[in-house]
Design a protein around this ligand. Structure first.
Ligand SMILES: *Cc1c(COP(=O)(O)O)cnc(C)c1O
Length: 460
């Protein structure tokens, strides 16, 4: 079968195959790769998911985007290896649920995307008999997600740089206790210094032989795996099949997505285009409200600098995936956020509801959700849940309507907030337990490019 091609949202680069888009990350014109055509499922295929395990649904979804690029047996092995953890669906009340995407190795929903992207990269690199070195600067969370996602892959090594003393003990240990193909540097500097060294290494021709890559968060290989859990949750919670003519209740779903760079919600938007009956998206953001304002007024203004809120992974003043959303609604937005062709705003408003939630309300919602519905949420999930509650109120959503709010991190990753609001220390998930007693491996380095370069040359 002929491979599906991917274009750049800046419309100024050649179309490429999935593996090229995956290994390139960003298009040469600085745009984001998108499939030229969105594959679809029939209703029968979507019904068949009720009988399938998570990894089997992942196989069906991802396969559609990789036609002609991988055989079934190999893809099935990769998804089975990537998705070896639970995806709990917890009832709040009526038909309103929380989907917990926090059971992966770093207890963040980013595990879903990073684990699959790592395995796909490894697969294509190995096929070409190449090696890859992933360089990542981190202020804490990204480094541990990438390190854990790529841990144990045979043709890819990972080197993470973190600023000395500026990540939490737990964050550090999530990276430094792994070993194998994961190496870690504690840099005597700030996060920006880590990033500057990484950047300089990328543009240093002496290091070309290392095949450096960044596992960037805008990679299309991270987006496609995020389509899967929308199909999965619907397959588990949809109404049971009725005999023909029996009842007129609609079988559809509302999703609420706590959003920062809009990678998560893009997975949902793609799921809808593939045929999942999504009635509405609730895009819940923190005090960085550039998107709800854009949706309302049609005018887009970045927030610079972004505001610091409790839901820190959503402190984004210009979502890096927004250009993809604009593209799906027929518009064009460049990497700076400038719109050269208006998207269909009316259609966007019909399909998406968006709301900004303040830190104060985020805290109140953590308390309410726990006391009234026995739901333990952390700040990101709380923003999502509050958005859903407001949408249901404003649109008079009935008891029967299926609604699913996404919880994107484990509450135990935010002990200070939970203790302050709920007066107890949440129990650690198994994946984060026992870190204290594990041996750590990392090197210390001065903030000096020539030393960093020597380190790279000596180690790889
Ligand atoms: C990254 C992240 C988000 C935001 O996801 P986007 O895809 O950037 O919108 C939300 N919650 C948590 C815990 C995250 O780590």
């Amino acid at each position: 079968m002929e491979a599906l091609k991917y274009y750049s949202t800046n419309l100024n680069a050649e179309e490429v195959t999935f593996s090229e888009a995956l290994l390139k990350g960003l298009a040469p014109d600085k745009g984001l790769f998108m499939p030229i055509e969105i594959p679809t499922f029939t209703n029968e295929e979507i019904k068949s998911f009720t009988q399938k395990e998570y990894y089997e649904i992942a196989f069906e979804v991802i396969k559609k985007f990789l036609v002609g690029q991988i055989n079934d047996k190999e893809l099935l092995a990769l998804v089975k290896d990537a998705y070896n953890f639970d995806v709990p669906l917890e009832k709040g009340f009526d038909n309103k649920y929380v989907m917990r995407l926090d059971q992966g190795p770093t207890a963040s929903f980013k595990d879903f995307a990073a684990r699959m992207m790592g395995r796909l990269m490894n697969y294509y690199i190995k096929k070409e008999n190449r090696k890859l070195l992933i360089l990542t600067a981190t202020s804490g969370d990204t480094g541990s997600a990438i390190a854990n996602a790529f841990y144990g892959l045979d043709n890819i090594k990972v080197l993470v740089l973190f600023p000395d003393g500026e990540v939490t003990d737990r964050q550090r240990k999530q990276m430094t206790t792994l070993g194998k193909n994961i190496q870690v540097i504690s840099l005597k500097g700030k996060f920006d210094d880590c990033q500057a060294l990484v950047k300089e290494a990328f543009s240093d021709p002496d290091l070309d032989y290392l095949n450096l890559s960044s596992a960037n968060s805008i990679n299309i290989g991270r987006l496609i795996p995020q389509i899967v859990y929308y199909f999965y949750s619907f397959s588990r919670l949809r109404k049971p099949a009725r005999p023909a003519g029996g009842g007129d209740e609609s079988d559809d779903v509302v999703f609420s997505v706590p959003s920062g760079n809009f990678g998560d919600m893009m997975g949902g938007v793609l799921a809808k285009k593939m045929g999942l009956p999504i009635k509405k998206f609730v895009i819940s953001v923190n005090e960085n409200d550039e998107f709800p304002v854009f949706l309302k007024t049609g005018k887009y203004n970045k927030i610079e600098p972004s505001k610091n809120c409790l839901s820190s992974a959503m402190n984004v003043g210009h979502p890096s995936n927004l250009a993809r959303l604009v593209a799906l609604y027929g518009g064009v937005m460049n990497e700076k956020g400038e719109i050269s062709k208006e998207p269909d705003m009316d259609l966007m408003r019909e399909e998406i509801y968006s709301i900004s939630v303040t830190d104060q309300v985020t805290k109140e919602t953590i308390k309410e959700a726990y006391e009234e519905h026995n739901l333990l949420l952390e700040p990101h999930g709380s923003v999502g849940w509050k958005g859903l509650m407001e949408f249901c109120k404003e649109y008079n959503i009935g008891k029967d309507q299926l609604c699913i709010s996404l919880e994107t991190a484990h509450p135990a990753k935010f002990p200070d907030e939970i203790i302050e609001i709920l007066k107890f220390d949440p129990k650690l998930p198994a994946s984060l337990e026992g870190l204290e007693n594990k041996e750590e491996f990392f090197d210390n380095l001065d903030n000096d490019y020539s030393k960093f370069k020597n380190y790279l040359k000596n180690n790889y």
